[in-house]
Design a protein around this ligand. Structure first.
Ligand SMILES: NC(=O)c1ccc[n+]([C@@H]2O[C@H](COP(=O)([O-])OP(=O)(O)OC[C@H]3O[C@@H](n4cnc5c(N)ncnc54)[C@H](OP(=O)(O)O)[C@@H]3O)[C@@H](O)[C@H]2O)c1
Length: 249
């Protein structure tokens, strides 16, 4: 098993990409703590892991709160005794044109996605530095690299995550800590459920994906597992795009 003996925290671990990553890492031997605001999706992920014979726990909280992210790390350490992996999948997407966007919509997107990533990383660093090991996988998007109308706040937050993660990688490369980002394309999750299955927009997007379809959360989880595992031991400060070929165009 690729993560035998390791302990992982997954923010946004109750649904979508975060849940799939939590399940896959647990299947590879990690003990996993999932976090998010709503207890019920977290409980579903924990149940799925424990039913499959793995070990998991949940801590509810808001990633935009320093107090909540500190508590997340302390509770994980109290229960599992160590901390090796952080996956920051918590995120929100607000697709509003700049002219129509309110200040509070902008703030919520940046606070959840960018500040939330900063706070989670800041909360795990003391443990990872003191043990001189650890790996961090942050979650961007192809919209952090390519423009799309309506994605100003979302794209800015994701571009910020990529740049932030590179700096974390540089600042801690000499301390046994790796930090990388994944940049998924369009993936079937609750975030994209807002696009009805038979809508013209969804068909248009699918027609623009060279692979011809949206990705599945499990397909993104394998990239998370790879970056989190020792197989990626010399990879740090990079962005791995998983997008069915979208960005190759
Ligand atoms: N789906 C895509 O096409 C796609 C593409 C590229 C990148 N991504 C990124 O992938 C990540 C996961 O998204 P997803 O597609 O898996 O959608 P999702 O199922 O909606 O996952 C987002 C998760 O973040 C949690 N979350 C949101 N705001 C939070 C907050 N303030 N504090 C704590 N947790 C919070 C949500 O749980 P609660 O609501 O319970 O808090 C939810 O579990 C996001 O960062 C997203 O931007 C998705």
């Amino acid at each position: 098993m690729k993560l035998e003996g390791k302990v992982a925290i997954v923010t946004g671990g109750g649904t979508g990409i975060g849940s799939a990553a939590a399940l896959l890492m647990a299947a590879e031997g990690a003990r996993v703590c999932v976090s998010g605001r709503r207890p019920s999706p977290l409980a579903a992920t924990v149940d799925a892991i424990t039913s499959a014979g793995g070990q998991a726990m949940a801590v509810s909280g808001n990633v935009a709160s320093a107090e909540d992210t500190q508590r997340l790390v302390q509770d994980t350490l109290s229960t599992f005794g160590r901390l090796d992996i952080l996956v920051t999948s918590a995120g929100t997407a607000n697709l509003t044109a700049v002219a129509d966007m309110t200040e509070s919509e902008w703030d919520e997107t940046l606070e959840t996605n960018l500040k939330g990533t900063f706070l989670a990383v800041k909360a795990v660093l003391p443990t990872m530095v003191s043990q001189a090991s650890g790996t961090i996988v942050t979650v961007s998007s192809i919209l952090g690299q390519r423009g799309m109308k309506g994605a100003a706040a979302y794209g800015a937050s994701k571009a910020g995550i990529e740049q932030f993660t590179k700096v974390v990688a540089l600042e801690h490369a000499g301390q046994g800590i790796r930090a990388n980002t994944i940049a998924p394309g369009w993936v079937e999750t609750p975030m994209t459920d807002t696009l009805p299955k038979d809508s013209g927009l969804r068909k248009f997007i699918s027609s623009r994906i060279p692979a011809g379809r949206f990705g599945e959360p499990e397909e993104i989880a394998h990239a998370v597992l790879y970056l989190a595992s020792d197989e990626a031991c010399w990879i740090t400060g990079t962005v791995l795009t998983i997008d069915g070929g979208w960005k190759a165009q």
